[in-house]
Design a protein around this ligand. Structure first.
Ligand code: NAI
Length: 338
């Protein structure tokens, strides 16, 4: 099996080489992202392996079909960058890695929250300059605060456990609530009005796009901390910036960003960044941006490589793997429709 591996990074290769050998899959690594201009690189392969910012749109899917590609292996959980409905209509198969380490993302979310409320990002810079003043570093206890968690799937639940350890009150909203011990579900509006901290762990789709917008920000408690380690477009960035400028939003911690595909995973340290919204966010002392790194632990990388290779191997062995994606109005893993 020969696979074209798009948007490859140095940290991908060790895991994919090891598991590729075990499962008999040969990967050709391309640094470039998949899009209409680069899709020709997929010609001659049995399948493609893509990540969060590869653009698997209709024209790309048409070309993949023309090249005889049968399988798109997503080495990530989210699939908002793939036109799954169209791909399925065209007879392409898709697999993803629904869970590789919910702990990696949940722990990163808490790391961002602690960094923000205890001003660690500022303290680190100050002490490196031998400035030991504590001015403007007053934070607040997480204990006793209310955290509103939107999306209580794998990552949301891992984050709930962490927040419990901090003695926080937990409010949850999910379109499909689960039976989770000790969890109180509420309406979105109630969650917005009651939460000191709001953390997003739901997928990006038509319903959730700009879930955090001018109207919903206005419903929130003054000084609310917003955490987004899910997908950038859950937040209307302009509304967030206005909310921060108006002091309605007290802090924002963002591992994802609406327009991240133009900048994230690349080094712009010697360039002028064209994205004024991102530059404005980064200029704010109460905003922390990480570049979609919440997943990046060695455990997660190994699990991603192993599951992706297992998915590919199952597919070519004619097995309907549990991680195949299907579309029945919503995108879901096939094992959920059985
Ligand atoms: P999951 O599928 O286990 O959970 C998602 C939850 O969201 C489910 O409980 C589902 O019912 C709920 N949901 C669906 N539609 C909703 C709606 N309209 N409103 C509220 N809730 C809704 O997914 P998991 O593994 O917990 O991942 C969550 C998200 O985290 C992914 O969609 C992905 O975008 C993001 N992610 C980010 C990573 C990073 O590195 N920053 C890495 C992995 C995932």
């Amino acid at each position: 099996m020969k696979f074209a591996f798009f948007d490859s990074k140095s940290y991908d290769k060790p895991g994919f080489e090891a598991f590729g050998e075990k499962f008999g899959i040969k990967f050709k690594y391309f640094d470039t992202r998949l899009n209409s201009d680069t899709v020709n690189l997929a010609n001659g392969y049995d399948g493609i392996c893509v990540f969060v910012n590869d653009d698997v749109n209709k024209p790309v899917i048409d070309k993949l079909c023309e090249y005889g590609i049968r399988l798109i292996a997503l080495r990530c959980a989210g699939y908002n960058n793939v036109d799954v409905k169209y791909a399925k209509e065209k007879g392409l198969h898709l697999v993803n890695v629904p869970a590789y380490s919910p702990y990696a993302v949940a722990e990163h979310t808490m790391a961002l929250l602690l960094t923000s409320v205890r001003r660690i990002h500022k303290a680190y810079i100050r002490t490196r300059d031998f400035n030991f003043s504590l001015n403007n570093f007053d934070g607040f206890d997480l204990h006793g605060k209310t955290v509103g968690i939107i999306g209580t799937g794998r990552i949301g639940q891992a984050f709930i456990s962490i927040c419990r350890g901090f003695g926080m009150n937990i409010l949850c909203y999910d379109k499909y609530p689960s039976d989770i011990e000790g969890v109180t579900y509420t309406s979105l509006q109630e969650l917005f009005t009651q939460s000191d901290i709001i953390s997003l762990h739901c997928p990006l789709n038509d319903e959730t796009q700009h879930l955090i917008n001018e109207k919903t920000i206005a419903q929130m408690k003054k000084g609310v901390v917003i955490l987004n380690t899910s997908r950038g477009a859950l937040i209307d960035t302009e509304a967030l910036i206005e909310g921060i400028k108006a002091r309605q939003v007290g802090a924002a911690c963002l591992d994802v960003y609406e327009e991240e595909s133009n900048v994230f995973f690349k080094d712009f340290s010697s360039h002028i960044v064209d994205d004024d919204k991102l530059a404005r966010l980064i200029s704010m002392p109460n905003v922390i941006v990480t570049s979609h790194q919440a997943f990046l632990t060695k455990e997660a990388l190994s699990n991603i490589a192993e599951t992706t290779c297992q998915n590919i191997s199952d597919f070519f062995a004619g097995k309907q793997g549990q991680n195949e994606l299907c579309f029945n109005g919503d995108v879901i893993n096939c094992n959920m429709c059985k």
